[in-house]
Write a protein that binds this ligand. Structure first.
Ligand code: FDA
Length: 537
């Protein structure tokens, strides 16, 4: 045998060792491994041959941009019913070098919980939909919620037991607790109580060795990292123990819309000088987009929609606005009093008479069939009038309600929490957070490129008006434009530091240290997970 032939089996062995199974059906060995651990486990595994594979995959794809025939698909979907199933999946994935993407609610902006940018990657989706038990304990004002539960399910279960308790998390009811808290989680209570991740007391996580850890056994460094340092990075979160916060039995939600013809520019400009200094009981969100002109046929205009939540009565809010922000012209008829749980439906755009049970509906999609891309920014100095006029010009470049900006007020509790308290660093000094977003229903690459380019142009335009060095971004509004790991999630510390400091500022290095300590082999990874330091070496 010549040298080339003799070295061939060695090369194959080396390849298998480095890159895993080479068989055309790599899941066969993986399945055998699972069965070895639990003979009943195959009923929760869906291979591509399974007739419900596609519907199961699509049921939690919350951005249809990643639901096309060209989108890389998992080898299989695994829907654990108990914690030992996840431990088996981790052990077998390690043994057979199949990457795991964890999915809770499936709202990842770049689809990384069920897909990848790398068409050759062998991966499985570990979908936590069956792990969504919630136990609310009113006397201690705490709850244990499994990561596969949605925000809506959590809010509903809290409301079932108490009308004066809430949890300060996001607005969209179908967002999953797994991803949301792993990246921060803001909602209408952020000025009063901070983020969801600020209100976590304990957790259950399975690490890369398959061990079940709680706060005490994982230690404070890992407990710090998992509260905002990004999902699919340090372990699989099974459940969060959260602190519930007091709210009045009745709160006030209001909407005021103003078009350019109704002084929208001046009112939004003025809003910036007021909004972070108002009582912590008030939250404001402003949506800026192009709409059909309500007073002129066949014409469009720019509209600012001011949505506010007040932890008190309509009269109380109107008195405060008359004193602090009379330019808005808030009136009684703009407002409705309701329970805090119902205010989530209000902010999520449900009709006023929707039953509270709508919070339990996991099938509702906030963006319908529209594909989207989002980007984020933080504003520390008010944008001048001329800056807003330029934004209006950008909005006029796209169709009605296909592109917009969402401004969410900061200040209050957000300014009191130190930047290093958890990995989420965007605290004092921010007046508001901005989300720049594009929506489209057209299919095809050309249409998508048009909207993506428009959004990138808007983002470029915003540069002089937003945070610098670094240009900060919200990790839960994942944006691969700002940088990424390799397609298979292979990390590089130096490269990751640029997007890592946008998301985490000075907390990035501590996240790398924790990752290096708890998952040095980088088992949990994706295109924007924190890399361990060894991968740089
Ligand atoms: P998904 O399941 O896609 O997970 C997101 C990331 O976390 C992925 O990397 C995933 O692998 C990882 N992950 C998921 N479960 C995990 C687990 N158990 N353990 C470890 N890692 C896990 N944000 C906000 O702060 N406030 C808001 O009001 C909204 N509103 C909103 C509306 C809509 C329509 C969308 C699409 C998104 C938002 N978001 C938001 C952003 C949202 O917080 C962000 O996309 C979350 O990561 C979504 O969490 P899911 O579990 O739904 O996503």
């Amino acid at each position: 045998m010549d040298t080339a032939h003799r070295s061939f089996p060695i090369l194959v062995a080396l390849f298998v060792l480095l890159f895993g199974v080479t068989s055309s059906q790599p899941y066969e060995e993986f399945l055998q491994c699972l069965e070895f651990h639990d003979s009943n486990i195959t009923s929760i595994v869906y291979t591509r041959a399974n007739s419900s594979f596609s519907s199961l995959l699509e049921s939690s794809i919350r951005n249809p941009r990643f639901d096309t025939s060209a989108t890389p698909k998992p080898l299989l979907i695994f829907t654990p019913r108990q914690i030992s199933h996840i431990q088996s999946a981790i052990r077998c994935s390690r043994a057979h070098r199949i990457q795991i993407r964890v999915r809770s609610g499936g709202h990842d902006y770049e689809g990384l919980s069920y897909s990848t940018i790398s068409p050759s990657l062998t991966f499985l989706v570990l979908d936590l939909r069956n792990l969504r038990a919630i136990q609310v304990d009113v006397p201690s004002k705490t709850a244990w919620a499994q990561a596969g539960a949605t925000l809506g399910e959590l809010y509903y279960r809290i409301a079932e037991k108490s009308s004066t308790l809430a949890f300060p998390s996001g607005i969209c009811p179908t967002v999953g607790l797994g991803g949301q808290i792993s990246g921060g989680g803001w909602g209408t209570l952020l000025r009063k109580y901070g983020l969801a991740a600020d209100n976590v007391l304990d957790t259950r996580v399975i690490d890369a060795e398959g061990r079940i850890l709680d706060r005490a056994s994982m230690g404070e460094d890992m407990f710090w990292a998992i509260r905002g340092g990004g999902g699919n990075t340090f372990g699989i979160v099974i459940a969060w123990k959260i602190k519930l916060v007091p709210v009045p039995a009745s709160v006030t939600a209001c909407t005021v819309t103003r078009t350019l013809e109704q002084n929208a520019t001046e009112i939004v400009h003025r809003w910036q000088y007021v909004v972070d200094k108002l009582s912590n009981d008030v939250f404001f969100m402003v949506v800026l987009n192009r709409v059909v002109n309500p007073i002129q046929a066949n014409a469009t205009t720019i509209q600012a929609s001011f949505n506010s939540l007040y932890l008190g009565s309509i009269e109380g809010l109107i008195l405060m606005m008359e004193a602090k922000f009379p330019d808005l012209g808030l009136r009684r008829e703009n407002c409705v009093e309701m329970s805090w749980a119902k205010s989530i439906l209000y902010f999520a755009g449900f009709p006023l008479n929707s039953p509270l049970e709508s919070l339990l509906d996991r099938t509702i999609s906030a963006t319908g069939s529209a594909k989207f891309k989002g980007k984020s920014d933080y504003v520390k100095e008010p944008i001048p009038i001329s800056g807003f006029e330029g934004i209006w010009e950008k909005l006029k470049e796209v169709g009605v309600q296909t592109g917009g900006l969402i401004l969410a007020s900061y200040g209050g509790k957000m300014s009191e929490i130190p930047e290093s308290s958890i990995p989420f660093p965007h605290r004092a000094g921010n007046i508001y957070q901005v989300e720049e977003v594009a929506f489209w229903v057209e299919d095809g690459v050309e249409a998508a490129d048009g909207y993506l380019n428009w959004l990138r142009g808007l983002y470029e335009y915003m540069t002089p008006y937003v945070s610098k060095n670094p240009r900060e971004a919200y990790a839960n509004y994942r944006d691969l434009d700002i940088g990424r790991n390799g397609g298979g999630g292979e990390g590089d510390y130096r490269r990751a530091r640029s997007w890592g400091s946008s998301y985490y500022k000075n907390n990035f290095d501590r996240l790398v240290r924790v990752k290096t300590a708890v998952d040095p082999a980088n088992f949990f990874r994706n295109e924007q997970s924190i890399p361990p330091l060894s991968s740089w070496r």
